[in-house]
Design a protein. Structure first.
Length: 124
């Protein structure tokens, strides 16, 4: 997969292309909404990317609570099994599908206070 220079320069961490469940909930309103369950396209310690069919579900700079659980078979590839906390929407990309519909690629950047849980304690 080839990336253009614009996106390649903005990467803060090595991305792994894996489908993992992600729970997302908007923050900042009086009554927090329910978590929506989607599936990631790729993930790193810096952020996560997923797609949705909902056109106006997310906007750039919107804050969300996220929880991503790495499936058991892929856990050897990651330094964590689950990451949870606040994230910020940094990109919303329309994706034209072959059937004429449109999905939206959403890139989230994890905040500094995100918690990464590991299956085994780190050595050191």
């Amino acid at each position: 997969m080839e990336m253009d220079a614009y996106h390649a320069e903005r990467r803060k961490g090595r991305r792994a292309y894996v489908q993992a469940p992600i729970l997302i909930r908007r923050v900042g309103s009086r009554e927090p909404g329910p978590f929506h369950e989607l599936v990631t396209k790729n993930i790193s310690l810096a952020g996560v990317y997923f797609e949705t069919a909902e056109e106006h579900a997310y906007t750039v700079n919107q804050l969300v609570m996220t929880s991503v659980s790495v499936p058991e078979p892929q856990r050897r590839e990651f330094p964590f099994t689950r990451v949870a906390g606040r994230s910020r929407v940094v990109r919303v990309d329309p994706i034209a599908l072959p059937n004429g519909n449109t999905h939206y690629g959403i890139a989230l950047e994890f905040s500094n206070d995100v918690t990464a849980l590991t299956a085994t304690p780190p050595l050191g």
